[in-house]
Design a protein around this ligand. Structure first.
Ligand SMILES: Cc1cc2nc3c(=O)[nH]c(=O)nc-3n(C[C@H](O)[C@H](O)[C@H](O)COP(=O)(O)OP(=O)(O)OC[C@H]3O[C@@H](n4cnc5c(N)ncnc54)[C@H](O)[C@@H]3O)c2cc1C
Ligand code: FES
Length: 261
């Protein structure tokens, strides 16, 4: 874990209230693994006081990329940063996705709901490098909620989009699209990130099909480093159910261990 108070925002791309940041932060970029996150200080002053957690959208030896949607005060302040400005970032944090050895030479399904697509780009790149074939399912309420579809396709990934309102791609929930495709191709593993109801539905689908699955959970986080107990979630352990800190033991957990609210 590195505290980089001198990370530099190299490039900003935006689509309405969605933003992609390319950030020079070599120490964080070198250590980052798909599914890990960073804690970003959004303002120079004391408000908002707490850093905000954001998944690592991509990483290499020069730094990291973030992809976020404006949700409130913190992400709104962040969205006003311009190329050249300095950022204060802690990361990489948490435990990311497992690159299942069984996926080599086989298909892996990656399902992202809305801003939950953020960590799946990095994961898709890593899976490709490990010899798997990622298929990305990208769902949103409408066309404006799936702005990364061109970027994903240009990177050479197979992408299937869904919109709840039918304005683009499959009309319906992304979970229904995944279930439809499962009748055609059974993947070696399923990975997902998105709103809890979406992931809960997907957990039921993967369990029904006997497929291994990993889910990246979200929680409001105070510290991101295990100090505040602000991010607890109920998880099934060998010794019985218990509360764990998502920032330390997650945010990614195997499907069979998650007790959905
Ligand atoms: C591990 C992790 C990775 C994340 N990665 C991304 C990412 O890559 N891209 C992205 O756009 N967002 C991501 N998020 C969510 C992001 O952290 C929140 O949207 C952000 O902290 C909201 O801050 P804010 O000040 O803008 O909004 P606030 O004013 O703090 O909150 C606005 C609204 O969002 C709700 N909210 C705040 N934090 C969360 C949260 N963590 N989960 C669900 N609802 C929340 C609040 O209850 C409130 O209703 C991630 C969250 C976690 C825990
Ligand atoms: S966010 Fe503080 S313990 Fe997890």
């Amino acid at each position: 874990m590195t505290i980089d108070r001198n990370a530099r925002l190299r490039e900003v791309q935006s689509w309405g209230d969605h933003f992609r940041f390319v950030i020079d932060a070599p120490a964080i970029g070198r250590d980052a693994r798909p599914g890990q996150f960073v804690m970003v200080k959004v303002s120079e002053g004391s408000a908002p006081l707490l850093r905000r957690p954001l998944g690592i959208h991509d990483a290499d030896a020069t730094g990291i990329e973030l992809f976020f949607r404006v949700a409130g005060r913190g992400t709104e302040i962040l969205s006003r940063k311009r190329a050249g400005e300095r950022l204060d970032i802690i990361g990489p944090l948490g435990r990311g996705f497992t690159l299942a050895p069984a996926a080599k030479g086989r298909t892996a399904y990656l399902a992202g709901g809305g801003r939950g697509i953020a960590p799946l780009y990095f994961l898709a790149r890593a899976l490709t490098a490990a010899g798997a074939k990622p298929v990305i399912f990208y769902g949103g309420r409408g066309l404006a909620d799936i702005p990364l579809r061109d970027r994903l396709e240009k990177a050479g990934f197979e992408v299937q989009c869904s919109t709840d309102d039918g304005s683009f791609g499959f009309a319906g929930f992304v979970t229904a699209l995944v279930e439809k495709e499962l009748a055609r191709v059974k993947p070696a593993v399923v990975y997902a990130c998105g709103p809890d109801p979406m992931m809960k539905a997907l957990a039921a689908i993967t369990a029904k099909h006997g497929l291994p699955a990993e889910f990246s959970l979200e929680s409001i986080m105070g510290c991101g480093i295990g100090a505040c107990w602000g991010c607890v979630h109920r998880i099934r352990n060998e010794g019985g159910d218990g509360w764990v800190k998502i920032c330390e033991e997650g945010p990614v957990f195997p499907g069979e261990r998650i007790l959905w609210p």
